[in-house]
Design a protein. Structure first.
Length: 134
């Protein structure tokens, strides 16, 4: 069974469907690449996926290890490069200050987050800077 489906809407917009849940998202090309910039771009989704995957893995790690996870706020800045046009870097900030973890727990959680599936799937040519705030 397929899990994702996409359809071109015109004007560089695409509608994508998560078949199992029925959830839809639309993308738009960014203004600097001939689009209107009114939706997430495909590269925005990759940057968001990286951030969200890290937070998800933190939650999973905490659940599996009996560690309280009070919450996390995060931001990601996407840095584009040209020739070829691609994501050249991501600056990721995770505010974990609402959690009362020991130094040992922090190190283990950070290592788990840095090894999330999206991190393991993107090009090693992308420069990833991660800042954890406690």
């Amino acid at each position: 069974m397929k899990k994702l489906s996409s359809s071109y809407l015109g004007d560089l917009r695409i509608s994508s469907l998560h078949v199992n849940s029925g959830t839809k998202i639309e993308t738009d090309a960014p203004v600097d690449n001939n689009g209107k910039g009114t939706r997430f771009s495909p590269t925005d989704l990759l940057a968001t996926a990286y951030l969200n995957c890290m937070i998800t893995i933190i939650g999973i790690y905490c659940d599996q290890n009996g560690i309280s996870f009070a919450g996390c706020e995060g931001d990601v800045e996407k840095i584009m490069t040209d020739k070829p046009r691609r994501i050249g870097g991501l600056n990721i900030f995770l505010d974990l200050s609402s959690n009362k973890w020991s130094e040992k727990e922090r190190r283990r959680i950070e290592n788990a987050a840095k090894a999330c599936p999206v991190a393991m799937s993107v090009s090693k040519d992308i420069i990833i800077n991660i800042n954890f705030k406690y």
